[in-house]
Design a protein around this ligand. Structure first.
Ligand code: HEM
Length: 489
């Protein structure tokens, strides 16, 4: 049965690639072959649309899989400057690694730009995902969401997050672990408890299993046939939607019990801001999309963080000092959980997170689309054109960061990051709403890791960024069994 499914899926993949390439050809025509359009857009940024049909997709993939993943952009930046034309995954697009241009794109939404998500993703998480909303609706839901992840609220959750870190780390005692798996488990638990707190119940476990199917399908080709990852994701979505709906109805029935999570905030939205009641369908999309936005990004950052610390024993040593000092200050009462004030003391830890996000941000680029012709610095971006802000390339620009690929905390000494040169959480109206939660969960995990264990990396490996972020030796191993191991010493 599975063989047949794979064969059918293989055949459909080929058809899909042909379709994609034809679409790519359309894109090429749009920019290269139509003299009328070419004349109108004489001020297009420079660049290359690459090979007929496939554009520059293969070149990008080749670089991302190599040990120099940044070379695709570096080469084009040298040839064409910081804002260049290319053609990737079936569509012409303009890529920016220029701080001013990034600021312009990310700060100016309507009427100039709008957010644009890959189609598969929007089909799986739903049309009401925060990243898909625009205008006043986006502003309202963003306000509600931000209020759940604000420092004022998070200060009441520090103990819970620490407990979640400890419960994962306790199982590490005396064994080798695959950090990729452990990081995913921890960040999933943190995201679920902040977004839809259902505790450590069977429900939570079922949610995890179904959510993992949804997550895999969100990156697959949109082929809705039996046995495909996309079909499985759509089925998982249905199941999850039903679970969330039941939870919403149960909470509406038991009015006296109040929860401290995003779901509750969305159910009680009219009470919070006097606006209209949100429909169940909207709430479901918002819960699923927030889970997706918050879980993988944090898991990959944690994985890379542990990798870089393991690679730099001096950093691990200094981190131990920072965290043991925090423990010492709490010594009078060691049953006191970590507090928000403790989190604020984790200065070196924050620097280590910054340096990790600079070199290995799990997000390659942010996607926008122009709503009209846009003129910037003498260049024209045509209407309905895909525009991408390339975060990792900005963060490894040698003019901003000398010796950009070396992991070096000293580069931040006396030079705090600015929104000009460091935007791992984006900027402007779509800046990450979960930034503070992400930083706090990373800090707390590191605190527990360095104070509970002595450890080292068990084998040589390095980060990879394609087909998705992870460790290189696990590239073709979907279960990532061999990815990364730590030993307790
Ligand atoms: C290290 C971890 C994380 C990184 C690097 C990260 C990065 C980002 C970036 C770059 C954006 C901007 C997207 C754009 O402009 O198109 C974003 C948006 C967003 N993030 Fe995060 N994020 C992280 C963790 C989280 C967490 C923990 C949550 C929630 C639980 C979260 C929820 C969101 C949401 C809902 C948006 C959409 C905001 C909007 O459209 O207004 N993120 N994130």
């Amino acid at each position: 049965m599975w063989k047949w499914c794979s064969l059918i899926e293989g055949g459909v993949v080929i058809c899909f690639i042909v379709l994609l390439l034809s679409y790519g050809a359309g894109g090429l025509k749009w920019l290269r072959l139509s003299p009328a359009l070419r004349k109108r857009y004489t001020k297009l940024p420079k660049g290359s649309l690459g090979w007929p049909l496939v554009g520059e997709t293969l070149a990008l993939q080749h670089c991302l899989m190599s040990t120099t993943p940044h070379s695709f952009v570096n080469e084009r930046r040298r040839r064409y400057g910081n804002f260049f034309l290319t053609h990737l995954f079936g569509s012409p697009l303009l890529a920016s690694t220029d701080p001013d241009m990034n600021r312009f794109i990310l700060n100016k939404e309507e009427p100039l730009f709008t957010s644009s998500l890959p189609k598969t993703l929007s089909m799986v998480v739903g049309q009401n995902a925060l990243l898909m909303l625009t205008g006043d609706r986006h502003k309202r839901i963003r306000r509600l969401t931000t209020s759940v992840f604000s420092p004022e609220v998070l200060r009441h959750h520090s103990g819970r997050i620490q407990q979640l870190a400890i419960s994962v780390l306790k199982t590490w005692k005396g064994r080798k672990v695959i950090v990729a798996d452990e990081a995913r488990q921890y960040t999933f638990n943190v995201a679920l408890s902040s977004i839809m707190n259902v505790g450590h119940t069977e429900k939570a476990e079922l949610f995890r299993v179904k959510f993992s199917a949804l997550r895999s399908g969100a990156r697959a080709l949109p082929i809705d046939l039996p046995g495909t990852a996309f079909r499985t994701a759509l089925q998982a979505r249905k199941y999850l939607a039903q679970m969330i709906e039941e939870e919403i109805e149960e909470r509406k029935r038991s009015k006296d019990i109040r929860y401290d999570d995003l779901l509750e905030k969305l159910i009680q939205a009219p009470e919070a801001d006097g606006g209209e009641t949100l429909q169940n369908e909207e709430i479901i999309d918002l819960v699923l999309s927030s889970m997706l936005a918050g879980f993988d990004t944090s898991a990959n950052t944690l994985l890379f963080l542990i990798y870089y610390i393991g690679q730099h024993p001096n950093v691990l040593h200094d981190l131990k000092i920072e965290h043991q000092e925090i423990l010492r200050e709490k010594a009078a009462d060691d049953h006191q959980p970590l507090s928000y004030a403790d989190y604020k003391k984790m200065k070196l830890t924050q620097l280590t997170i910054n340096e990790t996000l600079r070199i290995a941000n799990p997000i390659l680029s942010l996607h926008r689309r122009t709503l009209q012709d846009v003129e910037y610095n003498g260049r024209i971006i045509p209407a309905n054109c895909a525009v991408q802000v390339w975060l990792r390339s900005l963060h490894t620009d040698p003019t901003l960061y000398p010796d950009p690929y070396s992991f070096d905390l000293d580069r931040w000494q006396g030079k705090p990051p600015t929104s000009n040169n460091f935007i791992p959480f984006g900027m402007g109206p779509r800046r990450c709403v979960g930034m503070e939660l992400a930083r706090m969960e990373l800090c707390f995990f590191l605190h527990c890791l360095v104070t509970m264990y002595s450890w080292e990396l068990a084998e040589e490996d390095s980060p990879r960024f394609f087909p998705d972020p992870g460790m290189r030796k696990g590239s073709w191993n979907r279960r990532e069994r061999k990815v990364r191991e730590l030993t307790r010493t």
